[in-house]
Design a binder for this molecule. Structure first.
Ligand code: BES
Ligand code: MN
Ligand code: ZN
Length: 490
């Protein structure tokens, strides 16, 4: 799908789309039409009522610049959120594809609905993400995405917002697409190849550390979890260095378990297929790095993705094992299904040691407990630094990717102490499973500002996931928009 801009509604288009507020009687920004068309539009506006997400189409007879007009309700003015236009724009785009159009145009609503750059951003993100479909393995492919013209008064600020929105949406789509890959087609090696491809395209340095080297260099967590699979573990490192030479980077770490069977502590069979999404944290890091490098953001960002497959096997690690992590600390394994924290701990310790970063942010489908605590629409957040957590909360408010912070008190640090090693890899019973997992991660680093995002509930569409036009079934790409916003507002 191509994106263009136009400053007038008078250009030829197969479908001109405008937003309608509830309790008003006009299409925002539409401009003037002849008497007959105007009365048809007015009738349609009355029928539509501006109800959120409701779509009405008015055919325009005669030789008019627009073949039809689409009215899209956006609800009451006082209920508008920073997600409204994104969601409705996605619905419009799906309608345009359903009508098999080649192109369509959306009028940016006036500034009293949303700041213009924000509205344009939401229009583009919504349309692009909604039209993404995972059809790689189907003979019948989705119809080609129609091109979009955004109607808006042009300025440098708007052109920049458009470029950014496209890269952000492409990043999120990339994350969804890799996240949706089946585990037989996406191994740690595949993850590394994806990283190499995006790095090569946008001139990032990309290093992949393989099994023998991981073992030799003391990555005990990654090595242990990966040893039960014939698909060998990889540690992937991408470096985007476009900031000042001496500026400390932001390190992003993402869990990429390409399939999580639980290992010797085998998971029950029901819905085990969903554990192909256990690589989504790593996919988030890939999507962010893709966009950061495409946009040439003038900052230093390092993406680190530990990738393994967690399988039961004669060579698997076992409950009872004591392993030595990259940090030098030892961990007693009491459940091989608590594997994410082991590979993340290695990656975080590596990130801190080699880059002395300004901040570490990690993403992981880490605990089922997070779904119990916060459901499927809010990510769990745990941090050792309130300033960093505040910045991520601010980005969350702007992007509507929701987070909620959980406390990490000394009590929780105590709960993962082991009798026989420095730590154990599970807490006490099931109490606060999300926090005891985070407590384990906290031990991997010294005092670098760090924020952990548990995306177990939000990384893919689950039964209780709120329906959004721009989040079709499967992986959601959660975190890409959030952290790109954070990085752009550093
Ligand atoms: N990948 C899972 C967490 C998960 C489960 C995410 C279901 C999304 C949906 C993780 O590796 C795991 O298995 N965690 C265990 C930890 C437990 C053994 C302490 C869990 O949540 O049950
Ligand atoms: Mn697990
Ligand atoms: Zn897992």
């Amino acid at each position: 799908m191509k994106i263009k801009t136009e400053s007038s509604t008078k250009k030829k288009t197969q479908m001109l789309c405008g937003f309608v507020l509830e309790k008003t009687n006009k299409v925002l920004g539409l401009g003037k039409y002849d008497a007959k068309t105007t009365s048809a539009i007015n009738q349609s506006v009355r029928d539509n009522e501006g109800k959120l997400g409701r779509i009405s189409i008015v055919p325009v007879p005669g030789k008019k610049p627009a073949q039809r007009i689409l009215l899209a309700g956006i609800g009451k003015k006082e209920d508008l959120s920073k997600d409204t236009i994104r969601g409705v724009s996605g619905k419009i785009a799906l309608k345009a594809r359903e009508l098999k159009l080649k192109e369509f145009s959306i009028i940016t609503p006036p500034s009293f609905v949303s700041e213009q750059t924000l509205a344009v951003t939401q229009i583009i993100e919504g349309a692009k993400m909604a039209l993404y479909k995972f059809d790689k393995f189907k003979a019948e492919k989705a119809d080609e995405s129609p091109d979009l013209t955004v109607i808006v008064s042009k300025s440098n600020k708007i052109s920049k917002a458009i470029k950014t929105a496209q890269a952000v949406a492409d990043g999120a789509i990339f994350t969804k697409n890799v996240g949706n890959m089946p585990p037989n087609e996406c191994t740690p090696t595949t993850m590394a190849n994806f990283a190499k491809t995006i790095s090569k395209k946008n001139k990032m340095k990309c290093t992949v550390i393989s099994k023998p080297e991981l073992k030799k260099r003391g990555f005990g967590g990654i090595t242990a979890v990966g040893q039960g699979s014939k698909n060998e573990p990889k540690l992937i490192i991408m470096e985007h260095n476009r900031g000042p030479r001496n500026e400390k980077p932001i390190v992003l770490v993402g869990k990429a378990v390409t399939f999580d069977t639980g290992g010797i502590s085998l998971k029950p069979g029901a819905n085990m297929d969903e554990m192909k999404f256990d690589k989504c944290g790593g996919c988030t890091v890939l999507g962010i790095m893709k966009a950061v490098s495409e946009l040439r953001l003038p900052i230093n960002v390092i993406g680190i993705v530990p990738s393994v497959e967690n399988m039961p096997d004669g060579e698997s690690y076992r409950p009872g094992d004591i392993i030595k992590l990259y940090s030098g600390k030892t961990a007693e394994i009491l459940n091989t299904d608590a594997e994410g924290r082991l590979i993340l701990a290695d990656a975080m310790a590596y990130g801190e040691k080699h880059y002395s970063p300004k901040a570490i942010i990690d993403f992981a489908t880490l605990t089922g407990a997070c779904i119990i605590a916060l459901g499927t629409n809010v990510a769990g957040m745990v941090s050792n630094n309130e300033k960093l957590a505040d910045k991520i909360r601010d980005a969350s408010k702007r992007t509507t990717e929701e987070v909620w912070e959980l406390p990490l008190n000394q009590d929780f640090m105590d709960q993962i102490k082991s009798e026989v090693a420095d730590m154990k890899n599970i807490g006490i019973g099931r109490a606060a499973g999300t926090i005891t997992a985070a407590a384990f991660l906290r031990n991997a680093i010294k005092d670098t500002p760090w924020t952990h995002l548990d995306i177990a509930g939000v990384a893919w569409n689950q039964p209780a996931t709120k329906e959004k036009s721009y989040n079709p079934k499967g992986a959601t790409g959660f975190g890409v928009r959030l952290i790109l916003d954070y990085l752009q507002n550093l």
